[in-house]
Design a protein around this ligand. Sequence first.
Ligand code: NAD
Length: 260
Amino acid sequence: MQVIDLKGKKGLVVGIANEHSLAWSAAKHFRNAGADLALTYLNDKAKAYVKPLSTEAEASLFLPCDVSKPGELEAVFGEIKAKWGRLDFLLHSIAWARKEDLHGRLTDCSAEGFAESMLISVHSFIRMAKLAEPLMEHGGSLMTMSYYGAEKVVDHYNVMGPVKASLEASVRYLAHELGRKSIRVNAISAGAVATRAASGIEHFDELLNETVRKAPLRRTVEACEVGRAALMLASDYASAITGETLHVDAGFHIEGMVFH
Ligand code: NAD
């Protein structure tokens, strides 16, 4: 199915935890299309899982990146500048919230927990845009991952709902600001896929069942389908697409009340 050519393009992928990660599916598609990749891992514990994937993807750079650790994200971009002198696309595929906030009511979310979740899940994308801008002199593509809970209330999504809403609004503002430099900024609103992050959401199985019941395609989404959408957005095939939240969710988001 791979028809898109990214040969000669340089891309950064942040958010691979293991082979189930949406970011890994995207990275495989980028690499199969010929892109050179910089991949990151969260910490030493995660490194053991991500290293074999980095080897498989023949990543040119493999670096630690915890966006909450001062200087780590900046160091990644420093290495990219030294190695490539430029960047063509990046995928931000990270989200985090304290367990009590992920499992508790938004009403009860602490200021600290809310701020931490916003810094890691949203502001890190804004920081990446700022760091990428000088490396994208000939334009580029910035992508992030969102979810339907940004638009409508999804039971048990809790604090991540407002966090993803902020992420999608940030995509539009970044697209507005960076468009004159031919830098495109888009979100992929992925349907529910069983990953490590998803396992932190209570009753996730019910969400999968509800997708099968309600989505027009009557099925859940595969990680590779999200990866293919990222491949398209990274490429020139998406040259006029920016500020968009692209739903890769088997159509789940269009449905209101569905009776079967
Ligand atoms: P995942 O657990 O594989 O990926 C989440 C990643 O976030 C991990 O690699 C983790 O290391 C990273 N991360 C967390 N805190 C970080 C920090 N401080 N610094 C750097 N990285 C950090 O799960 P996933 O489902 O592939 O999640 C990727 C993205 O997709 C997330 O933004 C998630 O909200 C979004 N998403 C997932 C689904 C789904 O159903 N799986 C649906 C829609 C959107």
